[in-house]
Design a protein around this ligand. Sequence first.
Ligand code: AQP
Length: 333
Amino acid sequence: MGKKIFSGVQPTGNLHLGNYLGAIKNFVELNNDNKNECIFCVVDLHAITSKQDPKVLRDNIRETVATFLASGIDPQKSIIFNQSTVPAHSEAAWILSCIARMGWINRMTQFKEKAGKDKEKASVGLYSYPILMAADILLYDASHVPVGEDQKQHLELCRDIAQKFNNDFDVKDFLKVPEPLIQKEFSRIMSLKDGTKKMSKSEISDLSRINLTDDKDIIISKIKKAKTDPLSLPSDVKELNERPEAKNLLGIYSSLTNSTLEKTVKDFKGKNFSEFKENLTQVLVEKIDPMSKEIKKLVNDKGFLDKILIEGHKKANDIASIKVKKMHEIVGF
Ligand code: AQP
């Protein structure tokens, strides 16, 4: 039997190699398996948990759709839509926020990281967004949710919320408890400037990430400048535990070549970084440069991208509106 897949990407600009290798690459594989039913959502409600320029947000929504298509997601096989066009997401999020417990949300490490020292000034939305994420997933009875490692805790919260709703209202299995699909290796791609920090859209330095819109020359220059250490490449994977930058670059190479870290380490043992970086640049350019060209072409065709979103909206709304109506009945509205 196939899987019911749901996942989302925030249209917050600068989609990068981490988003691709951690999540979108997996979306494409799941989409290619005809047994699966896939829904990929541009989560614009999540995007406004931090301040967005409305015009830029509108462009980023389309660019995210363009990125899905350029990566290989087929809109004929998968539903692609943006979250704000399906009101059931906000409605279900409210109901589920009355199910989730404060103690559960207080444990979410991503809020602590993103809000930083100034958490009094963070939006309430940023704090409660994992509940909206639970609503996104549960509305579609998703069986599996492909995400990067950073979303693991939010997925566990989603499972707890589903179970508590089912127990509280004695509706066994009404909300389907989803399984995370997190790749065993390379599910957390790190910054090119600091191998201990996640590659991220919001990092100020553009040199910290490979954007999916970077062209060949930019990729060459970013990899040249990527942080390394003074040693040559190791002969044993274990040595990488003390060498975060080397581990990250070798991991990126392994993921792009569908190989394992063990094999990559074996292939490059004793080599210096400059030789390895040439190989890494080559595989990155082969993968990202055509994608970047395609994204840039697609974003000029706003009508085409909007049509995909409208089609996706209809299909998603049909599913989600029925589920939220049932939720209303269950809670007694
Ligand atoms: N560095 C990463 N490595 C692996 N996977 C990653 N993801 C994000 N960063 C990495 C995965 O990409 C998917 C979409 O993420 P998102 O757009 O919803 O937002 P995010 O996690 O907030 O992305 P960023 O880049 O990390 O943004 P900021 O700068 O705001 O912190 C998710 O499945 C995520 O796990």
